[in-house]
Design a protein around this ligand. Structure first.
Ligand code: HEM
Length: 143
């Protein structure tokens, strides 16, 4: 990611934070519309889950410029997601629902440039999470 992209992601997320409750509702609504069977994976109260996700994105967005801290946190998160039943192919649909939510939440501020910056940020996080999960699976298979 370029430093300009990091600034765009951080700057636009600041506008989502005040509406994070609605953003979480939009996000899960869209996600389950796209892939209804994912509902089975979410055991905790959706409101609590939504709040957790928003907090995590807030932390991740702030750490984008500090990969030394972001990468180990995302690796741990990726490994925990294996236990939640999350598969590699689920990351794409979650990314789609996130971009859709940002589009709704940000309106005109969600320009093509901002969209590309968010794709880069999500890809970075998702790649680190998926790689850590895959490495874990390989380790378990050979142990
Ligand atoms: C960048 C991507 C993602 C981020 C930042 C993220 C963030 C989080 C966070 C912060 C939690 C709370 C628990 C914890 O910290 O371990 C969580 C739980 C969870 N996430 Fe994610 N997640 C991501 C991708 C995904 C994907 C692709 C799925 C697939 C459907 C998913 C499904 C879940 C489920 C099922 C739980 C547990 C919920 C429960 O027990 O009710 N997440 N996620």
């Amino acid at each position: 990611m370029t430093s300009k992209q990091i600034e765009l992601v951080q700057g636009t997320w600041e506008h989502v934070i005040p509406i994070s409750d609605q953003a979480a509702v939009l996000f899960y609504g869209r996600l389950f519309e796209l892939k209804p069977d994912l509902k089975l994976l979410f055991k905790s109260d959706m409101k609590e889950q939504g709040a957790k996700l928003m907090r995590m994105i807030t932390v991740a967005v702030r750490l984008l410029g500090d990969l030394d801290q972001l990468v180990p946190a995302a690796e741990d998160l990726g490994r925990r997601h294996v236990a939640y039943g999350v598969k590699e192919e689920h990351y794409a649909v979650v990314g789609t629902a996130l971009l859709w939510t940002l589009d709704k939440g940000l309106g005109d501020a969600f320009t093509q440039e901002v969209r590309e910056a968010w794709i880069a940020a999500y890809d970075l996080l998702a790649t680190v999470m998926k790689n850590a999960a895959a490495k874990d699976a390989k380790h378990q298979a050979t142990a």
